[in-house]
Design a protein around this ligand. Structure first.
Ligand SMILES: *[C@@H]1O[C@H](CO)[C@@H](O)[C@H](O)[C@H]1NC(C)=O
Ligand SMILES: *[C@@H]1O[C@H](CO)[C@@H](O)[C@H](O)[C@H]1NC(C)=O
Length: 440
């Protein structure tokens, strides 16, 4: 038996706990009270629709995971916008019926019309499904990679007929710069481009420090995975590999952002979804030769893990507590070695280079136990046996995978049942390059 390389979640996080207590205390004369009710949102791309344009299943799944609202990524080419307006209307109607909340996250990479942003925000501000904070202010957010062609305050916020809690998006690594821009209610930070979990933590700590110093709430983004192979210049992995999910959740539990947004619920184009992989993708993803490079791979396990992290976050806990009837052991892995190019020339992307940052990606399978009492977990990876002594709570085991079947078992019953999970086999080479993960 081989013992997996441990990601010492607890060791790492104990160190972070110390740095949390060292954060500067809030100053007098804060611009506003930084204490907010912790809430969790999920980023929903309006451009990907659920089967039959029925949002019911997504809403019910999100509700049962403890997610408070969908932040609807809204934007698109002008010809798509009339359709998206219809989808948005259906989405709000479904949410109203199911007592769920929504708010707009304007995607400034494709939205160019400030008047449309104002109109849509005003139009839905009175909906019973509109997400509001405890003061009754409506939420509005954005995804931004540069500055939009408008001034948020004068062209948008001032024209909205009700008070707005505006959380503008940033992809900036620099918390001080973001704070100096002093935009909106507080920043919404996407996963940062740091190449390591430690680098990401440093950036998150800087945002927590700024939040505590200037009193502006902070919304952190968290993603289960990233892989994109849409075109030669949109061809990348996230250099933090598996660190952007379990490790980041544990770190954020310590840093306590005011809000957390899961990025994403359904961005199939970036393989970052936690929702069902049953969407009707948009035109780019439905062209025969570029179809489904994300493989419709099942990410159900990420959604199941979400409920435990969300519960801990909302309770202000820095560890995850699991009852015996909630125990689960999850597994996620890619279906091929990172350097194996696709074999079939019908896929044009097989002639593209490896995705950017492939060199950071390890040929690993990740075991994520959520336990009420310790257990030994076994992974047979392509017939090679591994074992992991998993402690109480959440932990992550990292195994160098072997091509073949991946079979997960345990030394005892998990939640009253024999653990025996087997996902699709890892192949030495696939017809098409595949960098998404399957999670079970
Ligand atoms: C504002 O948006 C609503 C909802 O999409 C739409 O019905 C209405 O026509 C829009 N109004 C204007 C002036 O664009
Ligand atoms: C690749 O990783 C580097 C180092 O972390 C980062 O700066 C860069 O933004 C990453 N590229 C993409 C496309 O994520």
């Amino acid at each position: 038996m081989r013992t997996p390389t441990w990601t010492a979640v607890y060791g790492v996080l104990n160190i972070l706990a110390v740095s949390v207590t060292c954060l500067p205390q809030p100053q007098a004369n804060l611009p506003r009270d930084v204490s907010t009710t912790p809430m969790v949102f999920a980023h929903y791309m309006i451009q990907f629709q659920p089967p039959n344009l029925d949002y019911t299943n997504d809403i019910n799944l999100a509700k049962s995971a403890g997610i408070d609202a969908f932040a609807i990524d809204y934007g698109g080419v002008p010809s798509a916008l009339p359709y998206f307006a219809d989808y948005l209307n259906r989405f709000y109607k479904a949410a109203e019926k199911l007592d769920f909340k929504l708010f707009l996250c304007i995607d400034t990479t494709t939205m160019t019309d400030a008047a449309m942003v104002v109109n849509l925000t005003n139009y839905y501000s009175g909906s019973t499904a509109q997400m509001k904070d405890s003061a009754g202010n409506i939420f509005l957010s954005s995804f931004e990679t540069g500055s939009p062609p408008w001034n948020w305050q004068t062209d948008v916020i001032n024209r909205i007929n009700t008070p707005v809690t505006f959380l503008p998006g940033t992809l900036s690594e620099d918390a001080e710069y973001t704070a100096s821009q002093n935009k909106g209610y507080g920043p919404f930070t996407w996963v940062h481009p740091a190449s390591s979990v430690a680098g990401e933590s440093t950036t998150d700590e800087a945002y927590a420090t700024q939040r505590d110093a200037n009193g502006k709430p902070w919304m952190a983004g968290i993603a289960p995975w990233f892989f994109k192979r849409m075109s030669t210049d949109q061809n990348w992995f996230h250099a933090q590999d598996s660190g952007i999910w379990v490790d980041r959740w544990m770190n954020l539990l310590k840093l306590k952002p005011n809000f957390i947004e899961i990025v994403t619920w359904n961005d199939f184009g970036e393989s970052s979804y936690i929702g069902p992989a049953d969407s009707k993708p948009n035109s780019v993803l439905t062209q025969t030769t570029t179809a489904d490079y994300y493989g419709n791979l099942d990410h159900t396990a990420f959604l199941k893990m979400t409920q435990f992290f969300v519960r801990a976050f909302k309770a202000g806990q820095t560890t995850v507590t699991i009852s015996p009837s909630e125990e689960e052991v999850f597994l996620f892995y890619r279906l091929q070695p990172v350097n194996a190019m696709g074999s079939n020339s019908i896929y044009p992307d097989n002639s593209w280079p490896l995705p950017e940052n492939a060199s950071y990606i390890q040929d690993n399978a990740y075991i994520v136990p959520f336990l009420a009492s310790p257990a030994t977990v076994y992974l047979s990876s392509g017939g090679k046996p591994w074992q992991m002594d998993a402690p109480v709570g959440v932990s992550k085991g990292t195994v160098a995978f072997t091509v073949g079947d991946q079979i997960l078992t345990a030394s005892r019953n998990i939640n009253g049942a024999v653990l025996n999970k087997k996902g699709p086999a890892i192949q030495g080479q696939l017809p098409r390059y595949q960098g998404n993960v399957v999670a079970l």
